[in-house]
Ligand binder design. Structure first.
Ligand code: AMP
Length: 176
């Protein structure tokens, strides 16, 4: 397991001062372009969730749209997108959240989930947690049976994990 994580870390590209000075951007595209890393991510995530009875993987725009559907096919689950406002064509539900400057919102189709679903929410990276906590609240509006949350990377210094309710299971492949 340690070797696998080291391989992933060695292939993750760090971009200093992107998109603004002071932020070290974790570029997951270098993991996705490496066939061994892409397969490893798929296998590791599948192992984490294969026994949880997941029926829908919900991915957050846009980097949650890459591993999300890959994982959904492995788990024999459906895939549901959470998108920025104005992108989804049918009736939506919405949740707003505060950002450093101003607010932002996420939307999902209101018929995307049922009360019978067991949901795995996925995004590439947990930073402050604002985006995923809003996504979680959005999903919970449709009362699924259970919600799991997964990231490829958690930036532990930012303590985003502490924002989640204790009954939400939050796991990341790499905690750095
Ligand atoms: P947050 O709401 O602060 O947890 O931010 C999470 C979202 O912003 C995710 O969709 C990430 O893709 C992106 N993000 C935030 N910080 C970084 C970073 N240092 N490197 C890469 N992506 C980031």
């Amino acid at each position: 397991m340690k070797e696998k994580k080291e391989l992933l870390l060695a292939n993750l590209r760090n971009i200093p001062d992107f998109p603004i000075p002071g932020v070290q951007f974790k570029d997951v595209t270098t993991l996705f372009k490496n066939p061994e890393c892409l397969q490893l991510l798929s296998d590791m995530m599948y192992e984490m969730y294969k026994d949880k009875g997941i029926t829908k993987v919900v991915g957050i725009e846009s980097r949650g749209f890459i591993m999300g559907p890959i994982l959904a096919t492995r788990l024999n689950a459906g895939f549901v997108p959470i998108r920025k406002p104005g992108k989804l064509p049918a009736d939506t539900i919405e949740e707003s959240y505060s950002k450093e400057y101003g607010t932002d919102s996420v939307q999902m189709h209101k018929d995307a989930l049922t009360e019978e679903d067991v949901v795995l929410l996925h995004d590439d990276l947990l930073a402050t947690g604002g985006t995923m906590v809003a996504a979680c609240k959005l999903v919970e509006k449709l009362n699924p049976k259970k919600v799991y949350v997964n990231f490829i990377i958690e930036l532990s210094d930012l303590k985003g994990k502490e924002l989640f309710d204790k009954d939400v299971d939050v796991e990341s492949i790499l905690v750095i």
